[in-house]
Design a protein around this ligand. Sequence first.
Ligand SMILES: Cc1ncc(COP(=O)(O)O)c(C=O)c1O
Length: 401
Amino acid sequence: MTDIEPESFIADIVSSNVHEARISAIKEMAMLSSKVEGAASLAWGLPSFRTPEYIREGVSRLLAEDVDAGKYTLPDGLPQLRELAASRHKAETGLTISAEDNVLISAGNMQGLNTLFHTMLDPGDEIILTDPCFASHIQQIKLFSGKPVYWPLDEEQNWQLDVDLLPSLITDKTQAIVLVSPSNPTGKIFTREELMRVGKIARQHKLLVIIDDPYSDFVYDHKEKYFNLASVEEFKEHVVYLYSFSKSCAMSGWRLAYMVMPAELKREALKVHDATMICAPRISQLAGIVALSEPSDHREQFADILKSRRELICHRLDKASHIFSNNDPEGAYYAFPKILVPHTSSRDFAIDLLNNARVTVTPGSAFGPSGEHHVRMAYCVDEDTINLAFDRIEDYFESHL
Ligand SMILES: Cc1ncc(COP(=O)(O)O)c(C=O)c1O
């Protein structure tokens, strides 16, 4: 026995930023859920799809043939993948960018964002996040001693942007505005008009707009409504666009994404990326080359399946209108209903639902202050799981209300 308390020793050496951070409620619920046998989980936005066969086969081939497949790549990624990313960017946005100057391959959008925040933030610097927003954006900013500034979305208008409010949130510490459209957790798509106004405000105040895009392949009824602010030439120096392979190619475990950014920012971000990551895993970059170079209709197939799951969950939420009120999601694969039954907090509600009804949802409070009294339900799971979850929710509240 020593006279040093191991716990207090660790507490002393852990940074206060880390000590105060929390693991995301999404993962917390997933971990709690794994301990409840047979729980029907709508917690984690992990689609049921398998990485498409042509990608898996292409990678096996390359692994067998490419003697360099197990080695590092250049810090900003394989030139061929960067060229393919630049071509995809041209096809999606109409803008010509340089694979050399503007593209950085990352190990997923989370690592890309982490690199960006690391590159940008001095203590106290501010990043504007929509509220609700993606939970991990909040944590990442705080880990770099930055300050998330919440920009409340308008729930009455199905969580649309309130652009009139934006200028009042900007201070001399503001660095950037982060947008996710279609949104996690609300499924909202922001309009061209709203986004153009955001772009103009960002340019006027010399800010970046960071577009975190895992979901643009999953837009349902109104495809024409989706607008990518990265397609506007006049905002090119103010937009960082992050495209993830995780959801669009069912490659979440491969950890692969690319960032398109102004050349000067890439030069700075590369220092961080090199010092912390060296490069995205080469094998995943090879998978990205296959994904972007071979024709495939898997994205449409995924979107069709997700669309019918969306119809199902909206129908089940409508039937449960004594428990939840819901705005129908327009894209991604999340519903974000408001809890109508008596409860203390969304976290207590979620834990109660897990323990007593064996249904896992994510508490809305994880997504910012406006998320309280809501839950996020990921409908990327199969239809049986959605039905089981709602059968159990209905049974539970029938006997408890
Ligand atoms: C908004 C948002 N950003 C980033 C991620 C993570 O993306 P990646 O797997 O590319 O790190 C997710 C995953 O759920 C997400 O919803």
